[in-house]
Ligand binder design. Structure first.
Ligand SMILES: [Zn+2]
Length: 339
């Protein structure tokens, strides 16, 4: 093979969480997945405003590009800055030169009005020509009426629903509640405790699942398409593939690097344009799975998106990397102070 591949796809990301590294420690050590949500992520997302979302998304997009990831399927939530938030995420990615599919994660955690505003943000963004899906946080934080409204909106807009599914045991009813709503266009994140096969693509997030101690998703049992996501922990898909491979191997010695690479390849079915993007790597056997999984630290050197070079010699061409990082650090300071 040559030393270029198509652009990689991060099939489940949370660009709003890019600033989370170094955030204030939770009050009281979380002992299960729900407490991790309550004490970490749901403290962070309520503190977001449009400016911190912008800085967070810019840094996340930059880090994606530096990792040869040219397309991000994002899942966004910012309960105190809902209206216009998807435009901010989309614009930040466009500024860096990375493709993004946006959605707003609808939830009833903040009452029916919060759910309604989340649905409206999805609808507004898609109706204005934005590329994306309809987002739902997870079945366990939504009423049946909200789940139905999201599924209905997605069907009307001709897109799928991007939703966390049975990530922890707290959401173990997701299969039953989504069974008659899901369609093949849906993107189902995690599926660790899913008790049945639903129509749709499974987004496997091995590093996040291990980090949250939710259990192993066993993606090899999924009969449909499996893609790879980071769940907000960067967008280095080669690294995610390595983690996914060793986790699969721990579960079953018959697991192969080719299977882990197939999850990366399946990302091109979700975002077909990324197949036409080009990445030149610091290593020339990236698409030989047996080599890629045992070669750490592979970086993108040059990246072309839609024919335009957006990374040259490891540096972004459209933005100043130092400036993006400095603004992100300042925004993180403001965000942590609000928390
Ligand atoms: Zn997620």
């Amino acid at each position: 093979m040559g030393d270029t591949t198509p652009g990689l796809v991060c099939a489940h990301h949370h660009l709003y969480s890019t600033l989370a590294r170094g955030m204030p420690a939770p009050v009281g050590l979380p002992t299960d997945f729900l407490q991790i949500l309550e004490r970490v992520w749901w403290r962070l997302d309520v503190a977001l405003d449009l400016e911190t979302i912008r800085c967070s998304a810019m840094l996340g997009a930059l880090e994606a590009l530096e990792s040869g990831t040219t397309a991000i399927v994002d899942h966004h939530e910012s309960p105190n800055a809902i209206e216009g938030s998807l435009d901010v995420v989309a614009a930040a990615c466009a500024e860096v030169g990375v493709r993004v599919r946006c959605c707003y994660g609808v939830t009833d955690r903040h009452g029916p009005d919060g759910a309604r505003r989340g649905l409206e943000e999805n609808e507004r963004f898609l109706a204005a020509g934005g590329r994306g899906m309809v987002g739902v946080h997870a079945a366990f934080t939504c009423t049946d009426a909200t789940l139905e409204a999201a599924a209905d909106l997605a069907a009307r807009r001709g897109v799928g629903v991007h939703v966390h599914v049975a990530e922890g045991v707290v959401d173990r009813d997701a299969g039953a509640r989504l069974d008659r709503l899901a369609s093949p266009e849906w993107l189902l994140a995690h599926g660790v405790h899913l008790d049945r096969v639903l129509p749709g693509t499974l987004a496997h997030n091995p590093r996040s699942n291990m980090h949250n101690g939710v259990g192993y998703a066993r993606p090899r049992r999924w009969p449909g398409r499996v893609v790879l996501g980071s769940d907000g922990i960067g967008a280095d898909m080669l690294d995610e593939m390595r983690v996914g491979y060793v986790r699969a191997r721990e579960d079953d010695l018959a697991a192969t690097p080719a299977e882990a690479w197939s999850w990366v390849e399946a990302g091109w079915e979700l975002v077909p344009e990324a197949r036409d993007d080009r990445v030149r790597w610091s290593y020339d056997r990236v698409d030989d799975p047996w080599c890629a999984v045992f070669t750490p630290g592979v970086r993108a050197l040059d990246v072309w998106v839609g024919g335009e070079q957006v990374l040259a010699g490891g540096r972004p061409t459209r933005v100043d990397a130092g400036e993006v990082r400095a603004r992100a650090a300042q925004a993180a300071g403001r965000l942590f102070a609000r928390m």
